[in-house]
Design a protein around this ligand. Structure first.
Ligand SMILES: [Zn+2]
Length: 277
């Protein structure tokens, strides 16, 4: 049974193994938190103690142990980077640039973490719906904000960084173009557009995380990515961009995205502002 004792032992095995050489700048406690839909774990510093909370839906025996271990390891990587600990902060953002994955790789835990991610991508949704049918039904009508914040935490299961990158790769291949990396934007209230790209040859496409919610049509995301492919090709002119997209056979995506934009985008942004987070 995955009770408190089991959890302590799991934490102990990581601290005594892959994380043995990590400086412990504050004591670490572990426990079960909220049965959330999109968050598997968290770490925060409270009264001098780094407290790791694990989603209690991970206690079920059908969830492979490697998933729980990898969630704990993810939080310990944050600890090592100075998030939720007294360790000096190593990076300006907790997830940007894949710093957690790199940390896990350094500690020989990348394969396990990939396994866990695969399981979560394939089974989590169903598992959640089975465990919490009422909440799951309600979540179907949940706002895009939840996806937005889940993505800022980097733990959204729906459209994560990997999803976005593989979308970009697929589209580049389909249009016969050089690939571009695509990431979710670390968005603040000043970000009014649905995607951005800096004027640098290797700059990634940065897509607003409000588009991460699965209620946003896939064509909209495809358009966001292809827009930047076209822009790299023909510059800023929206007429030329349209011609370019049409040439790649993406007229339908273009129309769908324009329609969605005029109907939904401003309302979504306004809701995000009102929520005032
Ligand atoms: Zn994280």
């Amino acid at each position: 049974m995955r009770d408190q004792q089991w959890l302590n032992a799991a934490l102990g095995s990581l601290l005594g193994g892959p994380f043995a050489d990590m400086p412990q700048t504050s004591p670490i406690a572990i426990g079960y938190g909220r049965a959330a839909k999109n968050r598997m774990g968290s770490i925060r510093l409270h009264k001098g103690v780094s407290s790791i909370l694990i989603n209690p839906l991970l206690t079920s025996p059908e969830v492979p142990e490697v998933v729980v271990l990898s969630v704990i390891a993810h939080e310990l990587a944050h600890y090592a980077h100075g998030y939720g600990s007294h360790t000096p902060r190593k990076y300006p953002y907790p997830h940007r640039g894949g710093v957690v994955e790199k940390e896990l790789q350094r500690r020989g835990m990348l394969a396990q973490s990939r396994l866990a991610d695969t399981w979560l991508n394939m089974h989590w949704q169903k598992h959640y719906e089975t465990c919490r049918p009422a909440a799951a039904a309600k979540a179907k009508t949940v706002s895009a904000l939840d996806a937005y914040w889940a993505n800022r935490q980097g733990r959204s299961m729906a459209r994560d960084e990997q999803f976005l990158q593989s979308l970009s790769d697929r589209l580049a291949q389909r249009c016969g173009l050089a690939p571009l990396s695509a990431v979710w934007l670390y968005a603040g209230s000043r970000h009014k557009y649905s995607s951005y790209r800096k004027h640098l040859p290797d700059a990634p496409i940065e897509v607003h995380p409000l588009l991460a919610h699965t209620s946003v049509p896939g064509a909209v995301l495809e358009f966001e990515v292809c827009y930047w492919f076209a822009r790299r090709h023909v510059g800023k002119s929206s007429r030329l961009i349209y011609v370019c997209l049409a040439g790649w056979g993406l007229e339908a995506e273009y129309q769908a995205a324009m329609q969605w934009r005029s109907r939904c985008w401003n309302a979504l942004l306004a809701r995000q502002r009102r929520a005032g987070r």
